[in-house]
Design a protein around this ligand. Structure first.
Ligand code: UDX
Ligand code: ADP
Length: 464
């Protein structure tokens, strides 16, 4: 029986390992983490990660061939294949701060594997890593204290949050980079339990590492491209949804990832592009670095443009005004808020002294305040007294759309949760200050109907 260990029980490690356990009953899967609370949550009825369909899959294999624990060394020793699936945030200090990936968690894992492992192991990089990280991982592993030997593979994850289970069940492709054909085949045979071999691509290590960064850069570039056009649409009376539909029918362009929005978020896009920028600079490719950096700058522009438009529309002041914020997660169907556009928009509105009633079906009060604290403290800096007061006193996290809108001057839709489309807008309108504004940062609402009710409606990339 093959044994798999996964170090890191996060948004990637948890769902991916649950799917392997579900599809491969003959493989023992042990997911380990240093965070006891996270492991306890994986063993409970309220998983630390919200994903449609995830709970059912975890519940069906937990206690059979799927285990969650903090026994890291034990799991390493037992495993034939060890996935590294820890976080690789952007560095906030030292050389490359704000761009390069912080690889300290990866390095710590590699050192721990080197210390605990015996015999031969296949080590798989699952986390998104800068190209050539495998070189460092291999160096560290080669210093193993017990004379263990290793093959290192790169197997980046392409699942998107909110659709993780669908993406894992039926991936466009599985990518495996490596050097030793036997090690590659061992991992291919795991995925081949449910993925057709024609969709399992094998490459050299560096192509695999770089493909992950490139895929995310291309996807983010599409969003920034359509968002750039949305600003032009607002100035010219073109309609960005119509433009997207028109260009998307060109089979060379395709219809996906052309939805104009308040800006992209998530743990990958910005981080990976900045990483790419840093790598290009490292190799002296300054024009290439500038080209990709523009994708992130356009996203920053889109987020601040949205907040500024709200202020300008509401007679150039939101000071003391109550505003309803619908949605805080970076996209629907996830409780993840990393790099969510909502954090930036809320920061800008708070600094205009607005009072924010925030509602998100899956994000907690604590998470919202933490995200704002972190952003307003600007990375590692201290939070100013004024910002602390704004976060403590001007934010109210509420339990429903209705509660957020009641007494507010405006509703701002920042995440495209389905329930927002079915809100009782007649009732909401009757409880709001007048004029009542709606700022649809996701273009999901029925704008004509809202206007008939009496709202003044603003959307992305079109005049309503
Ligand atoms: C992304 C990649 O899609 C995935 O393959 C990779 O493994 C990790 O990064 P994820 O961050 O989970 O996945 O979400 P994704 O669906 O790509 O959306 C990212 C952001 O772009 C979200 O904030 C989303 O709202 C925004 N977006 C996406 C748009 O604004 N418009 C679009 O058309 C598509
Ligand atoms: P991702 O979205 O990439 O899955 P997360 O932050 O959700 O990222 O998950 C990464 C997980 O890795 C966290 O639960 C964290 O506690 C865990 N982790 C980080 N470093 C280590 C380590 N050295 N050993 C074990 N687990 C680790």
């Amino acid at each position: 029986m093959t044994k798999i260990c996964c170090i890191g029980a996060g948004y990637v490690g948890g769902p991916t390992m649950a799917m392997i356990a579900y599809k491969c009953p003959n493989i023992d899967v042990h997911v380990v983490d240093i965070n006891q609370a996270r492991i306890d949550a994986w063993n409970s009825d309220v998983l630390p990660v919200y994903e449609p369909g995830l709970f059912e899959i975890v519940a069906s294999r937990r206690g059979k061939n799927l285990k969650f624990s903090t026994c890291i060394d034990h799991a390493i020793r037992e495993a034939d294949i060890i996935f590294i699936s820890v976080n690789t945030p952007t560095k906030t200090f030292g050389a490359g701060a704000g761009r390069a990936a912080n690889l300290e968690f990866i390095e710590r894992c590699a050192r721990r594997i080197a210390e605990a492992a015996e015999g031969h192991k296949i080590v798989v990089e699952k986390s998104t890593l800068p190209v050539r990280t495998a070189e460092a991982v291999k160096r560290i592993l080669s210093e193993s204290s017990n004379g263990a030997t290793f093959d290192v593979l790169s197997n980046p994850e392409f699942l998107a949050e909110g659709t993780a289970i669908e993406d894992l069940l039926d991936p466009d492709r599985v990518l495996i980079g490596g050097e030793n054909p036997e090690a590659i085949e061992a991992l291919v045979s795991v995925y081949a339990h449910w993925v057709d071999r024609s969709r399992i691509l094998t490459t050299n290590l560096w192509s695999s590492e770089l493909s992950k960064l490139t895929a995310n850069a291309f996807l983010a570039q599409r969003v920034s491209s359509i968002n750039a056009i949305s600003a032009l649409c607002e100035a010219t009376e073109a309609n960005v949804d119509e433009v997207a539909a028109a260009i998307g029918t060109d089979s060379r362009i395709g219809p996906k990832f052309l939805k104009a929005s308040v800006g992209f978020g998530g743990s990958c896009f910005q981080k990976d592009i900045l990483n790419l920028v840093y790598l290009c600079q490292h190799y002296g490719l300054h024009e290439v670095a500038e080209y990709w950096e523009q994708v992130v700058k356009m996203n920053d522009y889109q987020k601040s443009r949205f907040a500024q438009k709200m202020v300008k529309t509401m007679f150039n002041t939101v000071s003391g005004k109550r505003l309803a914020i619908w949605g805080f997660a970076f996209k629907k169907d996830t409780n993840d808020t990393r790099e969510s556009a909502a954090i930036y928009v809320c920061r800008d509105l708070l600094r205009e002294n607005a009072i924010l009633n925030i509602y998100d079906p899956k994000v907690s009060d604590e998470q919202i305040r933490n995200d704002l604290r972190e952003l307003m403290a600007n990375g590692s800096g201290e939070l100013s007294q004024l910002d602390r007061r704004l976060i403590d006193e001007n934010i109210h996290v509420v339990e429903s759309m209705q509660a957020a809108a009641s007494g507010s001057h405006a509703v701002a839709v920042l995440t495209e949760w389905d329930e927002f489309k079915n809100a009782d807008f007649e009732r909401i309108y009757s409880q709001m200050q007048k004029p009542a504004f709606v700022f649809d940062g996701r273009n999901i609402l029925d704008h004509k109907k809202l206007q008939q009710i009496g709202f003044e409606v603003h959307a992305i990339g079109k005049r309503v």
